[in-house]
Design a protein around this ligand. Sequence first.
Ligand code: SF4
Length: 490
Amino acid sequence: MFASEGNFYARWRSHCRAADFLHDESNPPAERLLQAIWQHQRIRRDGLQTSASAALRVLHPGFASAGGGPDFCGAVIQFAGEAPRSGDVEIDLRAANWRAHGHDRNPRFQNVLLHVVWDDAPPAANGPAVLSLKNILDAPLAELGLALESEPSDVLPEALRGQCSAPLRDLESGPLAALLRQAATVRFENKAAQFRARARGAGWEQTLWENLFRALGYRHNAWPMQTLAESRSRWMPADAAPFALQARLLGLSGLLPPDLTRTRRGADTYVRRIWDSWWRERDTFSDCALPRAVWTFHGLRPANHPQRRLALAAHWLASANLLQKLESWGVSDLPDRALPRSLLEILQIGRDDFWSWHWTFQSPRLKRPQPLLGASRVTDLAVNVVLPWLWIRAGAGGNAALQKQIERRYFAWPPAGDNSVLRLARQRLLGATRRRVLQTAAAQQGLIQIVRDFCARSNALCRQCRFPELARDFVASEKKFETGSTVANA
Ligand code: SF4
């Protein structure tokens, strides 16, 4: 018996919401509710069976994915007579949607182990095993709807937190920040060491360009962007205007549309001009051209489309003194709070006749011009490229004072925008309440480093992960330090 049962608020809430969850055979629940049921495992977990009557155990439901592809990634499922397997889970209302939604042809769904559906139809031919939720819920659907509707879909239930979250909870904010700072230092120095290794063969300037391009590729297109930059000495003219460089880069990338839209005059005029320039030189540069197939577009926001990023890179390349500006910025005497804006001023470009008004070749003209570079991208460029490059260069030149200044900037830089890696890491490792410790970009970088070093080498069950041990040792060393200080101060 719950105290809230006779409660006025609870009665009204349930009265208002009940209609949303009433359903019959012809009116199945919303897919979002099925996802919440799966994430919170509100099912009778004993004796689960696929629609082909094979027993299975859900050892971990996986993590809700935000970037397109299957709904849950990294689930751990054990089918009868098999060892546990890690893979993805797709949630759908009907088993037939596997084919109807084209998952059977989509390479991003290749790793799906289980298709979780509402109905109890058999699996599609060559499709994954199917688990029907309809008859295995642990409470009536209306009750589940009320219980889960206010749970944000991207919040990880407490029971699914990582094994390190307990020892990390024992750390006060100060020591936790210190641990993240140490991990962030490792990340920064690793990047810098990579830059130094590349610079030995390619030179400092080329190393900077390759990594600027790579950062512009974001997560999905880092490699094609870097590959284009690697052949820069082949295609970079001694002197060229932004438009000529855009034509060359877009042509080299394989991202030029083969046809005109025939409906958007502005876009067609621009595409025609680009092709006029590119067709004359494409044979000359065929050895460094890329096929369109190397680019990833799925789950990409239009603002991050590689066509747009290449247009921005063309402006940077056409500006003869970008490097000098970055170097001067590195040695300048700026207060910490002025850092992001001052770097944005260097990297932002003036208005582009086409790209300030269009996200991509195909998109309609925007009502208002949009900058080609946003503030959050500047933070990514700063912590991943500009600062480590300036730091290792200063180190190579024996300038320890400048290295200190760059380090200070790195640790003072305000946080970047949230992303799916950070969101999940925060919840798995820190729990939603400890967001305060991520108040700098470096703290975020530290958390990402822990994910790369530990989560990426383990699975959703934290199998054989040694980070909890590291965290416990860190807690113990902090306590020892505190005791030592207290005794010393007594
Ligand atoms: S894999 Fe390791 S670092 Fe990642 S959440 Fe689990 S215990 Fe923590």
